[in-house]
Design a protein around this ligand. Structure first.
Ligand code: HEC
Length: 142
């Protein structure tokens, strides 16, 4: 067998082997889900819920390593920062601050992340989306 074939064979075996590494794709129960006006909620559901809630819709490629590792990391990391499924367990002060951060992240084009926007057409926030989230966020002002 030639070297190239050997290397390809090893890669293939590795690719099969890594499929057996456990990946956390759990959707825990919701406690204190966010309430927001209809259009704000439906926008957040479409653009943010996959990583910032317990209602993640795991796509088929989230079952294929090594992509699954990246997605699982994004979701579990994203939930640590902002979890819309536990929003109402936060203090009003925390809600106000996080809502403000949500607007800022969207305004500077950082959220949803670029890779996510590539994979999910239509998830790039429009100016109107941002304005509506901003208005909702302003409701938390002291
Ligand atoms: C593909 C997964 C994904 C999506 C979709 C996503 N986020 Fe995030 N978000 C993350 C991750 C991962 C972090 C953790 C820190 C980082 O990478 O900046 C994060 C962090 C944040 C933070 C905290 C920022 C900080 O550094 O403190 C805010 C606020 C936020 N996201 C808002 C949003 C909003 C609003 C949306 C929808 C418009 C959204 N995100 C969509 C993955 C995502």
């Amino acid at each position: 067998m030639s070297w190239t074939k050997k290397i390809l064979l090893v890669l293939l075996v590795l690719l099969v082997a890594i499929q057996f590494v456990p990946v956390d794709r759990s959707n825990p129960t919701e406690v204190g889900e966010l309430w927001a006006p209809g259009e704000v909620e439906s926008f957040l559901r479409q653009a943010c819920y996959n990583c910032h809630s317990h209602e993640t819709q795991w796509p088929w490629y989230s079952r294929v390593a090594p992509v699954s590792w990246l997605i699982s990391h994004h979701v579990n990391h994203g939930r640590e920062y902002l979890n819309l499924s536990t929003w109402n367990t936060l203090e009003p002060d925390q809600q106000r601050q996080l809502a403000q951060e949500m607007v800022e992240e969207m305004e500077r084009g950082a959220m949803p992340p670029a890779l996510y926007r590539l994979a999910h057409s239509g998830s790039r926030p429009t100016d109107e989306d941002i304005a509506q989230v901003e208005q909702w966020a302003a409701g938390f002002q002291k």
